[in-house]
Every structure is written in structure tokens, then in C-alpha cells.
Design a protein around this ligand. Structure first.
Ligand code: TRP
Length: 383
């Protein structure tokens, strides 16, 4: 007898994919790991409204942030589809989070530098738009290096940092806490793309959603709009969003940011295969794959792939896979926006842009936004 695990669902790029894998009772998917979370796969599908029911205690570990079953499901479904793809959330194990930090320090990777310059240059204009005593909620905080300029200048009642890489996050927050001992801080290990419950103080006081690093650009338009709406629901009516996005620019600048000659981004991309081998008991020959970056002009996005150098066969969690020479596993998209694109995307996600700042080269942008009041269409606004 076969037990079906899933039927059809959306992958991280927003395309509908068939989940074409099954477990037979004889398979032991857990044998390669000593600990796993049993809550995975059940609570993550609770509707958001339910998660906000006040009778639920606020978790510091939300369901399915970084679990064995989640990885197994995404890898088997992604590798089983016609265009192989694995969602980028799985990049960020301890090793991946460290490699990503190295990427942000590369001379070719301009976004982190630009965003930091924008925030510190315009902090006096930004702060008045953030309100008083709201709860600062950072989505995908990672090393949280851009947060100190906000914490040092804005009046916030509390700081909640959400990241999928729990251990890494806790270390970052410990050092921020030492810098700002008077601000209560709470690290939450969670995947912000999944339903999450925030402490009630967020809805009471209103939240400032901080979403830096152009992470929004790693989602399809449809998924980005949904996420912006989810943020709005989680943060409440009286909330503010501070968003960092990468702007459209010449390919000659874009490509090296994702394909540095030092090979750091290549190591980061290939670490995904090492992680699958480690955590799912795979035997993928990592050296058979090559980091590949493409600029997709029509969709205005950078794509990252892992390309098979030759025909290759391997096993993951007792399933066999084969890939032809040149075939790729699509691992990430990074959309590049015009100013109008991002304003439209925010509006579609329920937010009105209230501020826009950029660096002297116009490479990157920080925007502030307010929730669109229900029932306002602003059809005749000249703004
Ligand atoms: N949000 C970042 C971006 O799109 C993520 C990122 C940067 C990234 N460099 C990367 C992800 C390299 C994977 C690999 O720029």
C-alpha cells in the first residue's frame, strides 16, 4: 500500500506543481536524523485567522521553520517536477547563513552596502514615518546588521526578529541586545512565508514591518502580493512597512553580484546539495554540478541554477533521480524592479508608498508604506 503525501501545490516561485511522490510503509524516512518535529505538515496549514486566536500561546519556534519533513517534501516534489526547482528557504542552514554573510561583504554584492548607506543617510527622514512606540518586526533578520540604525534612532517598544535559521538568529540578537539593553527583544525561529503568530502587543500598538535585503524580490509577483497582505494582517491596521528592494540596472552590474570570481556565491548555491546529502541521506555527487546565473530579461529577474556538468544519477531519501547533462535545478529568483513596479506591487499587497529613498547610483531603494485603509480607492488622487 502506498500513502500519498500531498497532491498538487504551489512551489516557491508560485507555479502549480504536482507533488508526485509517495511513501511505502517499508521506507524509513527518519533514519538519517535523530530529531525531527512532529508538528510539521499539520499546523502550517492552519488558516491565518486561526493562528491569531488569542487563546494560542505565542511560540518562539513556529511550526515547520526548518524541519526534516519540510525539507524532504520540498526536495522530493521539486526534484520530481519537469523543471526541477528547490525553494530558496533551504539555503539557510548554519553553514548557508554564514556563507550568505560572506556574500553580503563581497565587493560585487552591492545591495547590502547600498541599503545600509540609504538607511544611515536618510534615517532622520525615515524615523518620523515610523510612528511612536510601535513593535519593530523584522522578517528574515539573519545577522540583523541593518537593524541597529533603526533601534538607535526610532522609538520602538519591542523588537521581534524572525528568521528560519534559529541558532544564527539567536547569536545575532544576543549581540544587538547587548548594544540596546533597554529594548525588549525576541528572536522567533520561523519561516515568514508560512502562517505565524506574533505577540499580541503587535496588534495593540501597531507594528513596523522591516523587510530588508530585497527578499521580496525572491518571490514571484503572486507570492509577493500574498506575502505583503499576510504582513498587513499580522501587523494590524495601524502598521508601517519599511522595505528594501533592488532596482533594475545593467546586466554587467547585476551578474557579478550573483557570480563573484571568488566563488563564494557558487559555494552558497552548492551548499544546498551538501545539505540534502547531510540531512536527507542523499548521495548527490556535488562536483557534478556547477553554479549558474542567468539574467531573465523578459521576467526582469536574476535566476540561480545548479547545472549538471554531465549525465548524473543519485538517490535522495531512497528515491532515484537522474539528470541529463545541462539540465538544471532552479534554486532562486531575484526580481529587479523599477520604482513604478514596486509601488504597484505594494499597492496590490494593500500598502500605499509614503517614502522612497535611493543611493547615489540608484541601485537600491528603501520604501516606507502605510496600510491602504479599507474602502479607499483614491481613484482621482493626483499623488
Ligand atoms: N535577497 C537576496 C538577493 O536576491 C538573496 C541573495 C543574494 C542570494 N545573493 C544570493 C540568494 C546568492 C542566493 C544566492 O539579492
Amino acid at each position: 500500500m502506498l500513502t500519498r503525501v500531498g497532491s498538487s501545490e504551489k512551489n516557491s516561485y508560485g507555479d502549480t506543481v504536482a507533488v508526485a511522490f509517495a511513501f511505502s510503509p517499508g521506507m524509513e524516512p527518519f533514519k538519517h536524523r535523530q530529531t525531527y518535529r512532529l508538528d510539521d505538515g499539520v499546523s502550517q496549514y492552519l488558516p491565518f485567522r486561526l493562528m491569531r486566536n488569542p487563546s494560542f500561546p505565542a511560540p518562539t519556534v513556529a511550526p515547520a521553520a526548518n524541519s526534516y519533513l519540510g525539507l524532504l517534501r520540498d526536495v522530493l516534489s521539486g526534484m520530481g517536477s519537469l523543471n526541477k526547482a528547490i525553494p530558496p528557504r533551504w539555503f539557510y542552514d548554519q553553514e548557508g547563513s554564514k556563507l550568505f554573510e560572506d556574500i553580503t561583504r563581497l565587493p560585487q554584492y552591492y545591495p547590502t552596502r547600498c541599503e545600509r548607506t540609504i538607511l544611515s543617510t536618510y534615517i532622520r527622514e525615515i524615523v518620523p514615518l515610523l510612528g511612536h512606540n510601535k513593535v519593530l518586526v523584522e522578517f528574515g533578520a539573519g545577522s540583523a546588521t541593518k537593524t541597529s540604525v533603526l533601534l538607535g534612532n526610532a522609538l520602538v517598544s519591542e523588537y521581534i526578529a524572525i528568521d528560519i535559521s534559529g541558532e544564527f538568529l539567536r547569536e545575532s540578537i544576543a549581540s544587538l541586545q547587548a548594544q540596546f539593553p533597554h529594548i525588549p527583544m525576541r528572536p522567533v525561529e520561523a519561516d515568514f512565508l508560512r502562517p505565524m503568530e506574533l505577540p499580541h502587543t503587535v496588534l495593540q500598538r501597531g507594528g513596523i514591518g522591516f523587510f530588508p535585503g530585497s527578499t521580496l524580490g525572491n518571490l514571484s509577483e503572486a507570492a509577493a502580493v500574498n506575502l505583503l497582505r499576510t504582513f498587513g494582517d499580522a501587523l494590524g491596521h495601524d502598521s508601517i512597512l519599511l522595505l528594501g528592494v533592488d532596482l533594475l540596472k545593467d546586466e554587467a552590474i547585476l551578474l557579478p553580484a550573483y557570480d563573484d570570481p571568488q566563488g563564494v556565491t557558487a559555494r552558497f548555491n552548492l551548499n544546498l546539495l551538501h545539505r540534502i546529502n547531510r540531512e536527507l541521506g542523499g548521495d548527490i555527487p556535488v562536483s557534478a554540478f556547477k553554479h549558474e546565473v542567468r539574467w531573465n530579461e523578459g521576467l526582469s529577474r536574476i535566476e540561480m541554477h545548479l547545472r549538471a556538468r554531465y549525465d548524473v544519477q543519485f538517490r535522495v531519501a531512497d528515491c532515484s533521480f537522474s539528470m541529463r547533462e545541462g539540465e538544471t535545478i532552479h534554486t532562486e529568483n531575484s526580481y529587479k524592479y523599477t520604482v513604478r513596479d514596486i509601488r504597484l506591487l505594494l499597492r496590490a499587497g494593500g500598502w500605499n508608498t509614503t517614502g522612497f529613498w535611493t543611493d547615489p547610483d540608484g541601485y537600491f531603494a528603501v520604501l516606507s508604506a502605510q496600510r491602504v485603509p479599507i474602502g479607499s480607492d483614491q481613484e482621482y488622487s493626483a499623488d
